[in-house]
Design a protein. Structure first.
Length: 228
């Protein structure tokens, strides 16, 4: 089945260039020039992934991303202007999976889309990972804490699964970018934001994490709460 990409940008030239590159890469592409149209299209036929510009007329990209994440785990790749770090971090905090800064290479964007979709559709071996009241079903791509479903983005799930599978070992942000995101270069604050979001979802007190600890001068380490 051909995967479908919803491209949301108010610049007709950007939309056309992105559409041509993504169609050349084998995707079906749908276009929206504003946030209201994007949300309407999401409601009628949910895409496999959304490429979303943050600077949109009417409902801005951050609000569109927030509304998408409130009802769906559809991956979102943000388009942000160079230097808009606060908006980029805000997007990651509300659940965007990746970002590309403008001006960007359409080929790079197509590769980022492919990478995010590959991780979202990754065929895990059927297995369940448990750590006390935290349970990850890596085949179903679901997680629960104390029997309550966790609303995790694709990237958050991948990061948590990686940490639990490598419990007790500390990883630097650069290594996490490479091992989980598949990036050899990138903004390491992306990792910081995702760790913060995970703590808010899996820790009783995110300010005093028991599972996902900071190792000063190194990075982060997952400590199991239960003994296998």
């Amino acid at each position: 089945m051909v995967e479908r990409v919803l491209v949301v940008d108010d610049d007709t030239t950007v939309r056309d260039v992105v559409r041509r590159y993504l169609e050349h890469a084998g995707y079906e592409v749908e276009l929206a020039g504003d946030g209201e149209t994007a949300l309407r299209l999401m409601g009628s036929h949910e895409p496999d992934i959304v490429v979303l510009d943050l600077m949109l007329p009417g409902i801005d990209g951050l609000e569109v991303c927030r509304r998408i994440r409130a009802r769906s785990s559809t991956p979102v790749v943000m388009l942000t202007a160079l230097g808009e770090e606060e908006d980029r971090i805000a997007g990651l905090q509300i659940g965007a999976d990746d970002y590309v800064t403008k001006p960007f290479s359409p080929r790079e964007l197509a590769l980022r889309v492919s990478s995010v979709l590959r991780r979202a559709n990754k065929a895990y071996e059927p297995r369940v990972v448990r750590d006390g009241d935290l349970v990850l079903d890596v085949a179903a791509h679901t997680a629960t804490l104390d029997d309550v479903p966790l609303q995790l983005t694709t990237r958050e799930f991948d990061l948590l699964a990686f940490f639990i599978s490598n419990a007790g070992r500390a990883f630097g942000r650069a290594e996490l970018l490479e091992r989980v995101w598949g990036w050899q270069f990138g903004d390491q604050s992306t990792v910081t934001v995702h760790v913060r979001r995970l703590r808010e979802k899996i820790e009783k007190d995110p300010a005093k994490p028991q599972r996902l600890s900071t190792v000063w001068g190194v990075g982060y380490r997952y400590d199991r709460c239960s003994i296998d």
